[in-house]
Design a protein around this ligand. Structure first.
Ligand code: FES
Length: 535
């Protein structure tokens, strides 16, 4: 409950003379206007960029326009007519002894709700600065950043027409940075008060970005009794209505995330699909669930299921047809030990899969070898290929092809530690990544220059970059973030210092590499070539 806090202002000279005046009450600056429609009081700082509203104009008696960028406010209804954020109004009245104003703040719960609504509205308009202001108001009111993220996930997931995407995955990683900030594990300017809202700001913007083109394709609302085998089968047959009906049945009957995770993990690794994203997204959705809990359960499970069904089946492409036979041949033991990382580098998909099969026996060792190979390949990526403008689509290759080999590896380890029976599929899909990226590798590159001697200082430098990355399209910033989180976690999870050194060096090279955002000439050339060959 808020109690009125009427404050006596007495007679205001400027108000009587000029119809407007600013009064200061503590930290407040309040603009008071006398118009034909009566007395009005509002925050003098425009909610857009803080310029003084007392300088504004009145095209109509209660319509205040801020002269800096034209936002306009109806001082009677409190509505913002043009612009975004709401303007704080104060009850004001003239009594026998002068002017009185009520400066009581609205109850905290109301302030928090209003901030959350602001964020939701700003996200729908993809208005980055507006989201930032909403978050600043949320924090000021004592609200929870997690609530803002949960609400955004629930709204945005309804518009992911291909299902879960990078926004969800990046949100999990950004939230881990929020945890580190709160724990004092991130230093420097990122630890300043404004730094705390950055990971949430980035998350909400990315989720909204992923939802921006969505058509709000509803999920099936019917439900069917949960059956794991039928669910896996429906995903396999790309039958979304059936898979969702079963999922609805599970959710209705209280089968929560812990009950769904094993079957979602099996589905995610049932095929080499979606360039590894199915498992990456599952891993990150699991982190989101552990962090945000039941409020996001249905949104995560539904959007993941939709993505699994939409994900491109890489193992149906001729290049990867050897994946299924390799999986069938992958056994528990071999006589020859595990191949060394550099033996994998540069192999074709078929040869890489065959070498992985021949190395079967010690999953952890094979994993280490494949992950080191993925890091080595990043260190040997022929960056000149990024700039080639005249080549067939099949030869397109970029840094992101290489980063996914490592973020996917992180998802494989985490999943297989929970479900060891999934090691073979995970390891062979890592081998498939090694093979598919072989075309971009140039041997004899000297990567000594990328070695990181001071990991603590490097970490700080990477965080400083992530917290002020300057990228417009969040797809780039999220890959910088996701790769770094994966490298750090894999380095931490292993006793092998060489692995950590390679991962940090690989990230260092990527961090300073050429990330071409748009291939203007290449796109035009490839379009002309394709259309030129159409009958
Ligand atoms: S500061 Fe008022 S409209 Fe921009």
């Amino acid at each position: 409950m808020s109690v009125s806090q009427w404050t006596h202002l007495g007679d205001l000279e400027d108000l009587s003379e000029h119809g407007r005046e600013v009064v200061k009450l503590g930290r407040r600056q309040i603009a008071i206007f006398e118009t034909e429609e009566g007395l009005f009081a509002c925050n003098n700082r425009c909610p857009h960029e803080g310029y003084p509203l007392v300088e504004g104009t009145f095209p109509k008696p209660c319509l205040l326009v801020c002269n800096w960028h034209g936002w306009s406010f109806d001082l009677k209804s409190g509505k913002t007519l043009s612009g975004a954020d709401l303007l704080r109004l104060y009850p004001i009245e003239r009594r026998d002894d002068g002017i009185w104003i009520d400066i009581q703040d609205p109850p905290k719960a109301q302030q928090i709700e209003r901030a959350l609504e602001t964020i939701a509205q700003a996200a729908q308009h993809l208005d980055y600065d507006h989201i930032a202001r909403g978050l600043a108001r949320l924090v000021k009111a004592g609200g929870s950043l997690e609530d803002a993220i949960s609400r955004t996930i629930n709204w945005a997931s309804g518009y992911f027409d291909y299902g879960a995407g990078h926004g969800l995955a990046a949100t999990a990683d950004w939230m881990s940075l929020t945890d580190e900030l709160r724990a004092g594990e991130i230093a420097g300017e990122m630890a300043e008060e404004s730094g705390l809202i950055i990971p949430t700001l980035e998350s909400i913007f990315h989720l909204a970005w992923d939802a921006r083109m969505g058509k709000d394709i509803p999920y099936a609302t019917k439900s069917a009794p949960w059956n794991e085998g039928e669910f896996l089968n429906a995903v396999d047959l790309m039958d979304e209505p059936k898979a969702v009906e079963l999922l609805n049945g599970a959710l209705k009957n209280g089968i929560g995330w812990p009950g769904l995770l094993p079957v979602l993990s099996k589905a995610a690794l049932a095929h080499y699909a979606g360039f590894g994203h199915v498992l990456i997204y599952l891993n990150k959705c699991n982190e989101l669930y552990l962090r945000l809990g039941k409020p996001v359960l249905s949104a995560l499970a539904l959007s993941l299921t939709r993505y699994m069904i939409n994900a491109r089946r890489d193992d149906l492409i001729p290049e990867f047809r050897s994946y299924a036979p390799a999986l069938a041949a992958f056994g528990d033991k071999n006589g020859g030990g595990v191949a060394k990382p550099d033996e994998f580098v540069g192999l074709s998909v078929d040869k890489s899969l065959a070498l992985a099969v021949a190395s079967a026996g010690d999953n952890q060792q094979l994993y280490n070898s494949l992950l080191k190979a993925a890091a080595l390949m990043m260190l040997h990526f022929d960056e000149a290929l990024v700039g080639v403008v005249d080549q067939p689509v099949s030869k397109n290759i970029s840094w992101l092809d290489f980063t996914h080999a490592i973020t996917f590896a992180n998802a494989v380890r985490v999943t297989a530690e929970r479900m060891p029976e999934l090691w073979p599929a995970g390891l062979l899909q890592m081998a498939a990544f090694i093979g598919r990226n072989a075309r971009g590798v140039k041997n004899k590159l000297d990567f000594d220059q990328w070695r990181v001697s001071n990991k603590k200082a490097f970490r700080q430098e990477v965080h400083a970059h992530l917290f002020d990355h300057g990228e417009v399209d969040p797809i780039y910033s999220c890959h910088m973030l996701k790769l770094f989180v994966a490298c750090e976690r894999e380095a931490e999870a292993s006793d092998d210092d060489e692995l950590g050194d390679l991962l940090f060096a690989a990230y260092n090279r990527f961090r300073h590499g050429t990330l071409k955002r748009r291939h203007v000439r290449r796109s035009a050339n490839q379009a002309m070539d394709l259309v030129g060959r159409e009958d």
